[in-house]
Ligand binder design. Structure first.
Ligand code: IPE
Ligand code: MG
Length: 229
C-alpha cells in the first residue's frame, strides 16, 4: 500500500492525511476483494524498516491503528472478514497490541475473506523467526524441508499469494512476502494507494488473467510436441 505520502503532498496536505485516506482505501479494497471471491488478502501496513521514519510519522501511524480498529472493526466483522496480524508484536506498544488482539479475537469465526495485516513485518524477519522456532522445537536438519519451514512462518494459515500488487510506482518487493511470492504474479501500478479502488483492482485481476502460469513447467502445447517427437 505505497504512495500515501505523495498523494497527500500533491494536495499540499501533511503525510498523515494520506495515511488516513489509505485506511479508507484499504476498507474499500477488502470489500471489493470479498465481492470478487478473493479469500485471502494480505496487506503491508508497517514494515520492520518503517521505524526509521520521523518519530512523529511513526506515532501517527500507531495512533491510526487504534482509530481504524475502533472505526471499522464492527463493519469489517459484519462483512465476514477474519483479521489476522502478521509481524513481530514484541516491539509495538501495549495499546496497539491490544487493538490487534481485539481485531483478531472478534473476527476469528468469520470465513468470507481473511485479511492479513503485515505490521512490524519483514520477509527476512519471518524466515529468521521460523528458523528460530525450528531450533527451539529441536528439529533435526533432515526434518527441515520447505513444507516444515512454511508451517513455522507467520502466514502458515494462508496459501501462497497468486497475485502481488504494489501501488505507488516503485518496482520492488521491499522485504514483503519474500518466501511466499516465489510463484506470485507481480503487478506494479503507478496508482497512489489512497486512489486505489475497484477499477485498479479489476485492472490488476485482468492483468493476472492474461499471465501464463507454468510453475517451472513448459507450456502445454510444447509438452504435447515433446512427447510426440
Ligand atoms: C505507504 O505510503 C504507507 C506506509 C508505508 C505506512 P508511504 O508513506 O510510503 O507514501 P510515499 O511513498 O511517501 O508516497
Ligand atoms: Mg513509500
Amino acid at each position: 500500500m505505497d504512495g500515501n505520502g505523495r498523494w497527500a503532498r500533491k494536495r499540499f496536505m501533511p503525510r498523515f492525511f494520506g495515511h488516513k485516506q489509505g485506511v479508507d482505501a484499504l476498507v474499500r479494497t477488502v470489500q471489493a476483494c470479498a465481492d470478487r471471491g478473493v479469500e485471502y488478502l494480505t496487506v503491508f501496513a508497517f514494515s520492520s524498516e518503517n521505524w526509521k521514519r520521523p518519530a512523529e510519522e511513526v506515532s501517527g501511524l500507531m495512533g491510526l491503528v487504534l482509530v481504524a480498529v475502533s472505526k471499522y472493526l464492527t463493519r469489517l466483522s459484519d462483512q465476514g472478514v477474519r483479521i489476522r496480524i502478521v509481524g513481530d508484536r514484541t516491539q509495538v506498544s501495549d495499546k496497539v497490541r491490544q487493538a490487534w488482539e481485539q481485531a483478531e479475537a472478534s473476527t476469528c469465526h468469520n470465513t468470507r475473506i481473511t485479511l492479513s495485516v503485515a505490521f512490524n513485518y519483514g520477509g527476512r524477519w519471518d524466515v529468521v523467526q521460523a528458523c528460530q522456532q525450528a531450533v527451539r522445537l529441536g528439529l533435526a536438519p533432515e526434518e527441515i524441508d520447505e513444507r516444515r519451514l512454511a508451517q513455522l512462518m507467520a502466514l502458515s494459515f494462508a496459501p501462497d499469494p497468486d497475485l502481488f500488487i504494489r501501488t505507488g510506482g516503485e518496482v520492488r518487493i521491499s522485504n514483503f512476502l519474500l518466501w511466499q511470492v516465489a510463484y506470485a504474479e507481480l503487478v506494479f501500478s503507478d496508482c497512489l494507494w489512497p486512489e486505489f479502488g475497484e477499477a485498479e483492482l479489476d485492472a490488476a485481476l485482468a492483468e493476472f488473467a492474461r499471465r501464463d502460469r507454468r510453475f517451472g513447467d513448459v507450456k502445454a502445447p510444447e509438452r504435447i510436441e515433446a512427447s510426440a517427437g
